[in-house]
Design a binder for this molecule. Sequence first.
Ligand code: GDP
Length: 334
Amino acid sequence: MPNDSTFRRTPKIHLQALVNDLLAKNKISLSKAITIVESKHPEEKKIASELIDKILPYTGQSFKIGITGVPGVGKSTFIEALGKLLTSNGKRVAVLSIDPTSSRTGGSILGDKTRMPELANDPSAYIRPTAAGKSLGGVASNTREAIMLCEAAGFEIILVETVGVGQSETMVKDMVDYFLLLLLAGGGDELQGIKRGIMELADHILINKADGNNLDTARSAREEFRNAIHLLPPHESDWVVPVELCSSLEKTGISEAWKTMGQYQKQMKGSGWIYLNRKNQSIRWFRERISTSLQEDFYSNPKINEEIKEKEEMISSQKISVRKAVDELFKNRH
Ligand code: GDP
């Protein structure tokens, strides 16, 4: 697996050959392409831009599913079960994992391969963690482009997995067609500890580990969550969020969950919502990138950085107000 430094040593990538191999569904080329879009190297950034341009016409056909849940809920077990079901039905499945809290990079795929051993060895599946970036915005942009590359490489279903920690759910929600929340049925108040905000993002709630002694608890949790869903504002798409049970270990409820996702696709393609949602997501991404580029451009200027330091000292010693300092910084810039 090439990493950034490999490409730095061999900057002459034959872009068209890479694109051709990618479109021919070659997984090694897909990995290379994702490494290029994740690179921070200026030369590779240029190549990444050309690469994305070239594959753009081949994107937009896949169904993109976000999957979240706290560590231990069974995300990898579920993804493996769903992924195997899909590949046995002739589908090609890509899994992108995002963990913004971890410092792992594109090189440590082994971690994910051992989490999903069957899928990792499946010729119709592709598994890749997104390189953790400094900013959530950076991770989001890389993942969006990785999704596009997977689409161009002929993966019809793309699963984007994220650990259920705060902001990353909102970020993933904004790059997928469908957002699945995996939950556990515990004792006591089922709604405790589950942030209302995350419930609001979900298009589907699936209570995992509904097996063995846990089955009855899972059934009553289902009722509680169904009641809770009614109290949330309705979805813009008019989709009524289903609450279902599954056991990823025993592989029960998985094909039912997939059926529900199929209904969603059918309904939302029929109403046009899925296309409107994608259009809105692209516009938001564009605006985000403008902000990021402005910031990068601004802070990359050494003169500005010098001025910022000076102003900071002046602010600390109350020689200037924050408002005036900012005004001056921008006045000088223009
Ligand atoms: P993740 O951290 O969300 O990816 O969770 P994992 O998929 O690694 O699962 C955590 C643990 O729960 C593992 O020991 C799994 O074997 C177990 N597990 C996952 N799904 C099920 C299930 O449906 N039923 C039961 N009983 N155990 C499960």
